[in-house]
Write a protein that binds this ligand. Structure first.
Ligand code: PLP
Length: 292
């Protein structure tokens, strides 16, 4: 079965889904995106993703490509036409096509691209059950990381460097010596008192949708959360550490640089959160009540 993509009003075979060379997304990374998990054919935390998309667009003064209702129809169609049961939906809005000039001309029509692909949930579960290593790296990104912008070169470089060191994720460390977040995930630890610690929202990190939903899951499980920054040393000495994202859900961290976290195995709190998160997401319960 061939994959289909939505490109500016048309559903096209993946191989023929192309955009103009003067799309500002291509020339200036002038655009934003969302990645949304699909479980059982449903978009998980759909409304949270749409809210964040609208915030990212507003921050860059890119008009919405269509109404929320129309966008939901397109997203649903891409999932349906690709027969996705468990997968990922990718959507990207760029400012549109114009003669190359930093200055934004008036009246541009934003471009919308939506794709979807399947994921192997069993492989993701196996990865979580093994736990992952992370590598700390200097924060080299811009100062508006709250905008989910498509310019991801520092994130790509960090992921490559982490991979070369045998780690699955990079954790950025800012000039104050504090962890901001992962290259494509939010960073969490469980402290000696059993509290979850994750950096507070600001321009320094992306407001992860999984982070947001997990705050609800944690409350449901009676786990206390402290929203503050932590150092790599604190994380290395923590009881547990884990990452969150729409693609990793909750995945335990078992090593940070050369230091094992806890006993070097996935922590019980992280695993409990993962199970509860997925269970609630599938059932459309808790913070996930908004999904399609
Ligand atoms: N932080 C960064 C830099 C990301 O790129 C992502 C996801 O792509 C996240 C955090 C996690 O966000 P979400 O839970 O919405 O996937």
């Amino acid at each position: 079965m061939s994959r289909l993509a939505y490109v500016n009003g048309r559903y096209l075979p993946h191989g023929q889904a192309v955009v103009h060379i003067e799309d500002r997304g291509y020339q200036f990374a002038d655009g934003v995106y969302e990645v949304c998990a699909v479980l059982g054919g449903c978009l998980i935390d759909r409304d949270f993703h749409l809210e964040r998309l609208e915030r990212s667009l507003a921050a860059l003064a890119i008009p919405k490509p269509m109404s929320r209702a129309a966008l939901l129809v397109v997203l649903g169609e891409v999932v349906r036409r690709n027969h996705i049961v468990d997968g990922l939906l990718y959507l990207q809005v760029t400012r549109g096509v114009a003669k190359r000039d930093h200055l934004v001309p008036a009246g541009l029509r934003p471009a919308l691209v939506v794709t979807a692909r399947r994921i192997d949930l069993a492989a993701l579960d196996a990865k979580a059950a093994r736990g992952i290593a992370v590598k700390t790296l200097a924060e080299i990104r811009w100062r508006r990381r709250d905008i989910k912008a498509i310019g991801l070169l520092p994130n790509v470089m960090a992921k490559q460097e982490a991979h070369a060191a045998g780690a699955a994720e990079a954790w950025f460390v800012d000039d104050d010596g504090l962890v901001t977040e992962g290259a494509s995930t939010n960073a969490w630890i469980v402290n000696a008192g059993g509290q979850l610690v994750t950096r507070a929202l600001s321009h320094a990190i992306l407001a992860g949708v999984t982070r947001r939903a997990l705050l609800g899951t944690a409350a449901d499980l009676g786990l206390a959360v402290v929203e503050r920054a932590f150092t790599p040393a604190e994380a290395m000495a923590a009881r547990e550490a884990f990452i969150t994202s729409a693609t990793a859900f909750v995945t335990p961290v078992i090593r940070i640089d050369e230091s094992p976290v806890g006993d070097g195995r996935p922590g019980p709190i992280a695993m409990r959160l993962r199970l509860a998160y997925l269970e609630q997401a599938r059932a459309g319960r808790g913070a996930h009540a908004n999904h399609a």
